[in-house]
Design a protein around this ligand. Structure first.
Ligand SMILES: NC(=O)c1ccc[n+]([C@@H]2O[C@H](COP(=O)([O-])OP(=O)(O)OC[C@H]3O[C@@H](n4cnc5c(N)ncnc54)[C@H](O)[C@@H]3O)[C@@H](O)[C@H]2O)c1
Ligand SMILES: [Zn+2]
Ligand SMILES: [Zn+2]
Length: 363
C-alpha cells in the first residue's frame, strides 16, 4: 500500500510502496478515506519536532473504514466508519485512572514490540507509523484505543479533521480552558487549529472573541467561525490592540502558531488572575521567557494544552453531533482536496498561508 514517508528531517515526503502487517490482538486495519495536513507534521518535516526514529510514515488526522480486526477486538467490525487519534491510551496508568487519557504515560507501549513483524516496512526495513497512525497512507494498522466510530452521515473529509484540528481547537476552549458564557478571549493564529478554538469559544458562549493573524484571509475566515473582532498583527501591535478592545485584557488567550514570541503575547493579553494557553507546538529546543514578578503579583497562569485535553472516545462523537446538528462549521475548513502524490505541494501551500486545511482523499 502507498504511504508518504519521511526518510530524513529536514526533507521532503516520498510516496513509497509499504508492506502493512495483518491485525493481531487489539489492532484494527483501516482503509484510509481522508487525511488532513496538520502543521504538526510540517514541524516534523522541517526537523523542528523530531520523531523517535526515521523512516516514518507521517500523518495523524484521518478517517476511514474498518477492513479487518484482530481477534481481541470487540468494539469494531469491518465496515465501521472510524476516526483515528494519536492520543492512544493504555487504560491502566495513573493518568488514565484519573481521566487524563490524553497524557497516558504508556502510549508508546501500545505499539508492536521488536519481536513482532513491524506494523509497516519498506523492503524489509521497519517504518515508524507517526503517532501510532501513519495516516498519509492508503491503510493504517492502529491499536483499538486509537480508534473511535463515527456516524456515517459525517463526510470522510470532515471526519478526518475532527481527528486533530477540531478536537484540539474546540477542546482547548471547552475542556482545556473551560470557557464560561460571557468571557472574553483572544486567539493568536487562525489556521486549522486557531479557527477551531474560535468556534469552540463561540460554542461555549464567549462574549468577545478576538482573532489575531498576519494574514487578512485568515482573519476574514475567523469572522465566519465566530470572531467578533480581528487584529492584523502585520500592521498592529496585537497586545496593545487587545488591551484597547477589552479595556484591560481578556479572560483567556490562546497561542495557536507554535512561536515563543506569540506565547509571550498571549500572557501579556490576559487580565490579572487569568490563564494564557499554549496550543501551538514550538521547536523542541526553544525556551520561553516569562516575567516572573508579574506572574506572581498579577496571579497569572500559563498552561499548555494537548489535543484539547480531551478524551477523544467521548469528545469526537460529540463533535460529530455538533456538526450534524449545525453548531460547528466544518465544511468550510476544508479548503482543498488533494491526492497523496500532492502532499509536498499541500505543505508548501500551508507554509505560504494559502490554505485553511488541505485534505488528502483516497478513492
Ligand atoms: N496542542 C496540540 O495538541 C496541537 C495539535 C495540533 C496542532 N498543534 C500545533 O498548532 C499549531 C497550529 O497548527 P495549524 O495546523 O493551525 O497551523 P497553520 O499553519 O494552519 O496556522 C498557523 C497560523 O498562524 C498564523 N501566524 C503565523 N505567524 C504569526 C504571527 N507572528 N502572528 C499571528 N499569526 C501568525 C498563520 O498566518 C496561520 O494562519 C502548530 O504549531 C501545530 O503543531 C498543536
Ligand atoms: Zn495535528
Ligand atoms: Zn495510560
Amino acid at each position: 500500500m502507498r504511504a508518504a514517508v519521511l526518510h530524513e528531517a529536514p526533507g521532503d515526503l516520498v510516496v513509497e510502496d509499504l508492506t502493512i502487517a495483518e491485525p493481531i490482538g487489539r489492532e484494527v486495519l483501516i482503509r484510509t478515506k481522508a487525511s488532513g495536513l496538520c502543521h504538526s507534521d510540517l514541524h516534523v518535516i522541517e526537523g523542528l519536532l523530531p520523531l523517535p526514529s526515521l523512516p516514518a510514515a507521517l500523518g495523524h488526522e484521518a478517517s476511514g473504514i474498518v477492513e479487518a480486526v484482530g481477534p481481541d477486538v470487540t468494539a469494531f467490525a469491518p465496515g465501521d466508519h472510524v476516526i483515528t487519534c494519536l492520543t492512544q491510551f493504555c487504560g491502566v496508568c495513573p493518568e488514565c485512572h484519573v481521566g487524563r487519557v490524553f497524557i497516558c504515560s504508556n502510549r508508546h507501549d501500545l505499539a508492536r514490540g521488536p519481536e513482532l513483524e513491524p506494523t509497516l516496512s519498506l523492503s524489509g526495513t521497519p517504518v515508524l507509523p507517526m503517532a501510532g497512525l501513519g495516516a498519509f497512507a492508503e491503510q493504517m494498522l492502529v491499536h483499538e484505543n486509537g480508534v473511535v466510530a463515527v456516524d456515517p452521515a459525517v463526510p470522510f473529509d470532515v471526519a478526518a479533521l475532527i481527528g486533530c484540528a477540531v478536537m484540539t481547537g474546540v477542546g482547548s476552549a471547552t475542556n482545556g480552558a473551560q470557557i464560561r458564557p460571557g468571557e472574553t478571549v483572544a486567539v493568536i493564529g487562525c489556521g486549522g487549529i486557531g479557527l477551531n478554538i474560535v468556534q469552540g469559544c463561540r460554542l461555549a458562549g464567549a462574549s468577545r472573541i478576538i482573532a489575531v493573524d498576519l494574514n487578512a484571509e485568515k482573519l476574514e475566515a475567523a469572522r465566519g467561525f465566530g470572531a467578533t473582532d480581528v487584529v492584523d498583527a502585520s500592521t498592529d501591535d496585537p497586545v496593545a490592540a487587545v488591551q484597547v478592545l477589552t479595556g484591560g485584557g481578556v479572560d483567556a488567550a490562546f497561542e495557536a502558531i507554535g512561536l515563543t514570541a506569540t506565547g509571550e503575547q498571549a500572557l501579556a493579553m490576559i487580565r490579572p488572575g487569568r490563564t494564557a494557553y499554549l496550543v501551538g507546538v514550538p521547536p523542541v529546543t526553544s525556551t520561553m521567557t516569562v516575567p516572573g514578578a508579574l506572574m506572581v503579583l498579577q496571579a497569572k497562569g500559563l498552561r499548555g494544552l494537548f489535543m484539547g485535553n480531551s478524551n477523544f472516545k467521548v469528545e469526537m462523537p460529540n463533535l460529530a453531533r455538533h456538526y450534524l446538528e449545525g453548531r460547528l462549521e466544518l465544511d468550510r475548513l476544508v479548503s482543498a482536496h488533494i491526492t497523496l502524490d500532492e502532499v509536498n505541494d499541500g505543505y508548501a501551500e500551508l507554509k505560504a498561508g494559502a490554505t485553511l486545511r488541505s485534505v488528502i482523499v483516497f478513492d
